[in-house]
Design a protein around this ligand. Structure first.
Ligand code: ZLM
Ligand code: CA
Ligand code: ZN
Length: 403
């Protein structure tokens, strides 16, 4: 029906573990692993799996997670109730002893952002497993673009959960890439600052991190990632100047974002000369996201993926945030089509046979207009003057970087 064929001259792989999608953080929690089911379903409706190598990935082992995360933290994560463990009648938490409470405070677990839900350890190790599998296929040269929509959990720290993230699958994947490639460029288009990945590689010049995000300390999570935060300059730190932050205001549009992305990433590519790219595609930067603040459309979000692909380097594509599932599925399905180079062949109207099609409002448009998504677009608080200053600052930082 659709003429979706394997791209010529390179291989795309899709890494997923369907068991991940069954988990949930709690009825009204914004993070809904089910959005991965909706994404996969859309990808399948367009016939895209025919053009990729599709892997059902295994969970990461304790030792694999331990490459970044501390033992005591992993051990504590393992105390979360198992998936098949029945809930306690009137007390379904693990805080009934003081060791539990202490651990939860120490590791930032059990609050409303990072609840201790049933099957948590399995969910985390599956997300890590997807991204590690993607990294291994890139290292082995079995894949040129590896997709891990179940990963992208950029806030998790060595010994701390943060912002819906418990295991930092991106850091694990980059550590794997560093075994086979000299330099990794990490790019993060989630609406939040990629603080966990930035911090993990603060002291190396082999990883450059670039995050685009809404920045308003005090009011918007996590509050870090200012323009001047380019990695600790103290002592002799090879990682200085290797963190780039692009702080933005509410309402940025496709046109502004694409221009900014191309100016920043184009220059970073010239100076840093990466050997491989790790791209986090958090879909909460889209217009109409439950937590986001931008006015990006599926086309503008996807243009970032297309630009990176054109650099011609091996690449891992991760998921991340995204809290309006129908928009997440649209963006990630479109970005999968860009990876396999069939973006011009797919129908802009979602196939009527697609399961869950009733979720895609607006007559099943793959590219709904801002008016369709929002009624009235959010005011754009980004001036051309400020965006120009940002590009200028980034170019100045890059004078310190030459490989
Ligand atoms: N309160 N329920 C992005 C991670 C963003 C911290 C303020 C919690 C929420 C949010 C949780 C059901 C990524 C903060 C927020 C209310 C302290 C954040 C549970 C609604 C709910 O309805 C909710 C009871 C919850 C959490 C909103 N949390 C919105 N924003 C951020 C974390 C993760 O996209 O970057 C990558 C996956 N947390 O602002 C508070 C300070 C907790
Ligand atoms: Ca970001
Ligand atoms: Zn986010």
């Amino acid at each position: 029906e659709y003429n979706i064929v394997r791209p010529k001259g390179y291989t795309v792989s899709y890494h997923a573990n369907p068991d991940m999608e069954k988990h949930h953080f709690g009825q009204t929690h914004p993070m809904k692993p089910w959005r991965l089911t909706l994404t996969k379903s859309l990808v399948c409706s367009y016939g895209m799996p025919f053009a990729m190598d599709n892997y059902v990935t295994r969970a990461a082992t304790y030792e694999e997670l331990n490459a970044f995360h501390a033992n005591d933290y992993l051990d504590y994560l393992g105390t979360a109730p198992a998936e098949d463990q029945p809930r306690d009648n009137d007390n379904n938490n693990t805080t009934s002893n003081s060791a539990g409470v202490q651990g939860e405070v120490r590791f930032n677990l059990g609050g409303s952002d990072c609840p201790l839900f049933h099957g948590l350890y399995d969910y985390c190790s599956m997300s890590g497993g997807c991204s590690l599998d993607a990294a291994r296929k890139i290292c082995n040269k079995q894949s040129d673009i590896a997709i891990s929509w179940g990963g992208g959990l950029h806030h998790a720290k060595k010994s701390e959960a943060s912002g819906f993230c418990y295991i930092n699958d991106i850091v694990l994947a980059i550590l794997q890439l560093l075994r086979c490639y000299p330099r990794v460029l990490y790019i993060d288009i989630d609406v939040h600052h990629g603080d966990g990945v930035e911090e993990a590689f603060f002291s190396t010049d082999r990883v450059m991190t670039v995050s685009f995000h809404k920045y308003a300390p005090e009011i918007f999570f996590p509050g870090t990632g200012g323009l001047e935060d380019n990695g600790p300059k103290s002592e002799h730190n090879p990682g200085a100047h290797h963190a780039i932050n692009v702080p933005l205001n509410d309402g940025i549009t496709d046109e502004q974002y694409e221009h900014l992305f191309q100016s920043v990433i184009g220059k970073v590519n010239e100076h840093f000369r990466p050997s491989v790219i790790a791209l986090q595609c958090g879909a909460d930067s889209l217009a109409g996201d439950r937590l986001g603040r931008f006015n990006l459309q599926v086309q503008g979000h996807g243009a970032c993926v297309a630009f990176c692909k054109k650099l011609g380097l091996p690449m891992i594509i991760f998921g991340g945030g995204g809290y309006t599932p129908r928009n997440v599925a649209r963006a990630w399905a479109y970005e999968t089509s860009i990876a396999i180079d069939c973006q011009d062949k797919i129908d802009p109207v979602i196939p009527t046979h697609a399961p869950w099609r009733e979720h895609f409002h607006h007559d099943g448009a793959l590219f709904p207009t801002l008016e369709q998504i929002l009624g009235e677009p959010r005011a754009n608080r980004n001036t051309q003057k400020r965006l120009g200053e940002i590009v200028q600052h980034v170019h100045e930082q890059l004078r310190f970087v030459s490989h």
